[in-house]
Design a binder for this molecule. Structure first.
Ligand SMILES: [Zn+2]
Length: 166
């Protein structure tokens, strides 16, 4: 392959833009939904959920966990851009399952500075989805918390399994 991986992405964008037509949308998601999901490369959110361009907000991070920054994005999504539903997606085989807060200690030893963020590692993915559901449903910053649902995506079957809050 010639060039770096980013060169390859830029070339792909040339082709994308050549075929692109202005969809004429504004920034408000058509389906009024925000999806919070793990950054895992095996999850194609739009394909897995039948989403089209402009349908939803996607907020992704390591684990799909609900951090202060996730709440920040959801607050803007709901208050400024009209979304009303939230979908949380964690998944099987997540890299965070093998990480603990030891990761922070190791980082601190290595670089001489403790990160301000939690690793948010977990051992039970169902329990982690429940915790994320709770954080969204109890956030004082979110006006719409009546339609918040959580799922585990199976990276081998492509299927979602819903996790009910307890
Ligand atoms: Zn993951």
């Amino acid at each position: 392959m010639d060039g770096t991986v980013v060169d390859r992405l830029v070339e792909a964008n040339e082709r994308y833009a050549a075929a692109f037509t202005d969809p004429g949308m504004d920034a408000r998601p058509v389906l009024e939904v925000a999806v919070v999901a793990c950054m895992d490369a095996r999850i194609d959110l739009h394909a897995a959920l039948g989403l089209e361009l402009g349908d939803c907000h996607t907020v992704r991070n390591a684990g799909g966990v609900v951090t202060d920054d996730t709440i920040r994005s959801l607050a803007i999504s709901q208050r400024a851009l009209g979304t009303r539903s939230v979908v949380l997606i964690h998944h099987t085989g997540c890299g965070l399952e093998s990480l603990s807060e030891d990761f922070r200690q190791e980082l601190e030893r290595e670089v001489g500075q403790r990160p301000t963020w939690a690793v948010e590692g977990f051992t039970d993915v169902d329990q982690d989805v429940r915790q994320s559901l709770r954080k969204v449903r109890t956030s004082p910053f979110l006006p719409h918390t009546d339609d918040v649902r959580g799922f585990v995506f199976d990276v081998r079957t492509g299927r979602l399994r819903e996790i009910k809050a307890q």
